[in-house]
Design a protein around this ligand. Structure first.
Ligand code: NAD
Length: 489
């Protein structure tokens, strides 16, 4: 059955359907970056809320600036913006069709996007545009000199970046005397609200000082921690949905059963009552955010590259490998948990165990290749902050330096067996060149200051990284892991 509003009632009983009337929803949120994560997370929470009969004026309008978004609009448009979500764990699978999206703006049509952002009905603008989407340098500062930003500053009425569009929308509201919407970032970046404010106000600095000051003082940017492992969709998933549930969906989403969302309660323009569906509202999200980014995202970044070097395809297969599971456990216990501040009502070792179980989930089909993606943006956000904290404390960085050494070895472009690694990073050419030089001169890799920052010049870190990378080249990933686990690296 081709998925559509018409065909919902014809879907099998095993598929959960919206309990609300689609036509009752109206737009309250514009979301930039309608990728798999948004559809498995924010959209599912809203679907849960709408199912309770609440807040039907918080429907989602999709938006984006890239080719991927145009493709998503086309696919979702053909199926009335419905999504099949398959939630999986070892104990079972749940399938549901969600319908919280009411429209999708044409990517590239700046005029229409700005007009929608100016609509007073829109009270939240949310984003999942990946860690790489925020124009950050190694110190986490917004890069005002980036050509995309310079172009938007020169042409604020027809912006091409997400930040240019949001700024134009905010300006239109200010000029019309309409209260600003709240900007809610849902990307995996520490202090993601602050980072988003820096991008929007940083762009405004180049255009109009008053507007920049107004953005900083009048627009709310709550920080949030988001969590649900959501792999990319391939033909395997499309086929499974068609064969097992008879649903023809152009882009189904598979994810784990677990989900978590902790948000700062800073929504002056109002917000949906998401606490009714499991969202935790707090004054300061930083303890949760540090825990998640350092243990979960740091853990993903740690296992990705040795697993790739050992030609392992799926994440759960990596976790079945005793060396990788033991390495993750030792690294997290010895070096990461000690630099995670306490989190209210949470035992960090229990959290570590939960993460290891989630990584081992055999059902969701998450790939090592996805975890390896975009290392140049992920290492500085998920690994190097832990390194910095340990260096400040005078603590050892053997395991964390090994994480980045595995990444440097990976960027050389072949696995330990000699299999070729396809480019997997927007900066791949630069990384591969550096990785080739680093084979004989590991320290050269740390010259990429935008990635390694001050750690790259710290003697203790340089020594640990150099030794780790030399070892990986000498004896391969498997033996290096063994030595690390036996404390003989
Ligand atoms: P995806 O590839 O399915 O979607 C990415 C979206 O971001 C697309 O709409 C794309 O067009 C847009 N995008 C990418 N780069 C951009 C840029 N420079 N400017 C504007 N838009 C850009 O990926 P996903 O799985 O949806 O993950 C997106 C983000 O969500 C992650 O990077 C992460 O920050 C967050 N997240 C993902 C997961 C997960 O398990 N997938 C978990 C937690 C958080």
């Amino acid at each position: 059955i081709k998925l559509s509003a018409q065909s919902l009632t014809a879907l099998p009983d095993t598929v959960a359907k919206p309990r609300y009337t689609l036509a009752d929803l109206s737009a309250g949120i514009v979301h930039f970056g309608v990728g798999n994560f948004h559809r498995a997370h924010q959209a599912v929470y809203l679907d849960d809320l709408f199912n309770l009969g609440a807040d039907h004026d918080w429907g989602i309008v999709g938006a984006g600036v890239r080719d991927a978004d145009a493709q998503m609009k086309a696919i979702l448009g053909r199926q009335d913006y419905l999504s099949t979500i398959v939630e999986q764990e070892a104990g079972g699978t749940g399938v549901r069709v969600t319908a919280p999206m009411v429209d999708f703006l044409e990517p590239g049509d700046a005029g229409a996007i700005i007009a929608k952002l100016a609509d007073p009905a829109i009270r939240i603008v949310s984003l999942t545009i990946t860690e790489g989407g925020y124009y950050l340098d190694a110190a986490g500062a917004f890069t005002q000199t980036h050509p995309d930003i310079v172009a938007d500053a020169a042409n604020p009425e027809a912006p091409k970046t997400v930040f240019g569009l949001i700024l134009a929308g905010l300006k239109a509201r200010r000029d019309a005397g309409v209260a600003p919407f709240t900007v809610m970032c849902c990307d995996n970046i520490p202090h993601n609200g602050k980072v988003t404010m820096n991008a929007i106000a940083g762009l405004a600095d180049l255009i109009d000082a008053d507007l920049a000051a107004w953005v900083r003082s009048s627009v709310a940017f709550p920080n949030g921690m988001v969590d649900r492992i959501t792999p990319a969709t391939s033909d395997r998933e499309r086929k499974m949905v068609a064969e097992e549930y008879g649903i023809e969906d152009g882009w189904p989403v598979f994810c784990e059963t677990f989900k978590q969302w902790v948000l700062e309660d800073n929504f002056p323009a109002g917000r949906p009552v998401l606490e009714k569906v499991g969202v935790t509202f707090v004054d300061d999200v930083s303890p949760w955010e540090l825990m998640k980014i350092r243990i979960l995202n740091g853990g993903h970044a740690a296992i990705a590259y040795p697993a790739a070097l050992m030609d392992i395809h799926f994440v759960h297969e990596a976790m079945e490998h005793p060396l990788i599971a033991a390495y993750l456990e030792k690294l997290t216990r010895d070096e990461i948990i000690p630099v995670v501040p306490p989190v209210p009502d949470t035992d960090l070792d229990d959290y570590r165990r939960l993460i290891a179980e989630r990584f081992a989930n055999p059902k969701i089909g998450d790939t090592i290749q996805r975890l390896c993606l975009d290392g140049s943006n992920r290492q500085p956000k998920f690994i190097l902050p832990s390194v910095e904290d340990r260096l400040k404390a005078g603590a050892s960085v053997t395991g964390l330096a090994l994480v980045s050494a595995f990444w440097a070895r990976y960027c050389y472009g072949v696995t330990d067996s000699g299999a070729k690694i396809a480019p997997n990073d927007p900066n791949w050419d630069r990384l591969q060149k550096a990785a080739i030089v680093a084979k004989d001169d590991p320290e050269a890799y740390l010259q990429m200051k935008d990635i390694f920052g001050a750690a790259g010049e710290n003697p203790a870190y340089v020594k640990a990284f150099t030794h780790a990378l030399k070892t990986v080249w000498d004896i391969g990933a498997r033996e290096t892991l063994t030595r690390y686990i036996q404390n003989t690296l």
